[in-house]
Design a protein around this ligand. Sequence first.
Ligand code: ATP
Ligand code: MG
Length: 567
Amino acid sequence: MKMTNLYAPTLREVPAEAEVPSHQLMFRAGMIRKAAGGVYSYLPLAWRTLRKIEQIVREEMDAKGGQEIAMPIVQPAEIWQQTGRWDVYGDEMFRLKDRHQRDFCLGPTHEEMVTTLVKQDVRSYRQLPLLVYQIQNKYRDEIRPRFGLMRGREFIMKDLYSFDRDTDGLEISYKKMYDAYSQIFSRCGLEFRPVEADPGAIGGSGTHEFMVIADSGEAAIAYCDGCDFAANVEKAELLSLTSVAEAEKPLEKVATPGQKTINAVAEYLSLSADRLIKSLAFVTEKGPILALVRGDHEVNEIKLANLLNVLQLEMAGEKEIQSLFHSEPGYIGPVGLSNVTIVADASVMNMVNAVCGANAADQHLTNVMPLRDIKPAHVADIRLIREGDPCPRCGAPVKTARGIEVGQVFKLHTKYSQALDATYLDENGQERLMVMGCYGVGVSRTMAAAIEQHHDADGIIWPASIAPYQVVIVPINTKDESQMTMAEQIYRELSAAGVEVVLDDREERSGVKFKDADLIGYPLRITVGPKALKENSVELKVRRTKESLLLPLDGYVEGVIRLLASL
Ligand code: ATP
Ligand code: MG
């Protein structure tokens, strides 16, 4: 490709809304342009990289026996109504009506569609296992589309669905996909971690997310260097912590005028925060909840919602707190409470002579003995893991990091086959439900994640496997005939050897061309100038290391190919 023909309009400025490096750099490198919030056009450089990621995904899916299909993006409401997800999906679903006022949606995912498809044709155990996948646009009307391609409303996903005879079969399919995902993200040149995750709205049980480690990641993960524990913090289980050993004292009410926060009360009473009980009121569709965690801990709302099996869980407002606790926020507490469901974190129940709100303005209770003074409906692990907490497996202090979820594997079991009546006949002619799994890779998000992990102040640094082009040739002076002759020759020879090359034939200053080369992030740059001509060699610069090297013209093609394989 000649740069004068390439549709890659590079820019120096970025729109203010581009907060993260991948968004800024894709915009500046002329890779994407916005059409609407979370909806983008992909220009040639982006599209080439996306196709490479897709190809890696495709090869790994095929290697595990996956068969590529293409299902409709436009999906009828009926199949979603059968599983109950027409309502559950809520505002995130893009809905539309046809001319006859029939309801449809743009597919946010395809469990309903694929189950409806497969059940028509699979009748016998002999046809199982079956693994089908597709790579296509998905549509989700995200509350906060942001970070460019990381959280789009239209984005590219690979989704594979496995159908097995039984859970043993599902375990095998799941393992295949888990391994395939590790291969995919390794081949894309990414540093990643599979972590245990919360099943969320898709349902089922047993799931891992594949996280690309990056500071801009929206997810937080906890992991242990002492063992193989790694989990999304939403899911990470915790051991209950023990408290100080101290003799039990009688409950007492103390004045705490104006002290409304854990830190203020702790300071006022000269105690550390772990001696206080944090009381948080929530409203749910099943009524009000008072959640208790230790003062230095945070509530994990996902664990709490899962425990109570509620869909809505919102912090109570001032009005609700007044009517439930006859007190103002900052002074509420669990002692003597009977009209609100109390959920205590397991560590709270181990506390001794603790402090909590007294349900009266400017007052707290001290010497609270949770086992004696609090009547929780549930005692469970409801807190958020934090750096340094003991690992739930081995007890070593855990570490935390930020991650971008690029893929997720799920054991669905019979959730969808049951709702949609997807059955087969086993060896004995018995009708049985198919056992399913689903497995997604965010293809467009993976491209963004690669940039988040691989960039510097000058631009993108593509791993060679997914670079839009692998090499750029920059003649220093396009008016110099001998330089252009050499540049064209290298261009022809590398292209003939299957290397993807751009020849920057623009009549621009070399500084401008070097800047664009760094911004676009080709793994290798070949400079053709007086030095190369004089030494009769190919002058290379490695984008990642900024290292320069000269290869003799004789045999340089193999040298370039070998170098690319290491990048
Ligand atoms: P998230 O928690 O980030 O919203 P999710 O868990 O809802 O994602 P899945 O249903 O597991 O997403 O979808 C499979 C993959 O699709 C995700 O792992 C992610 O890589 C990608 N993906 C999901 N939502 C988006 C989005 N809005 N924009 C880009 N990629 C997305
Ligand atoms: Mg997910």
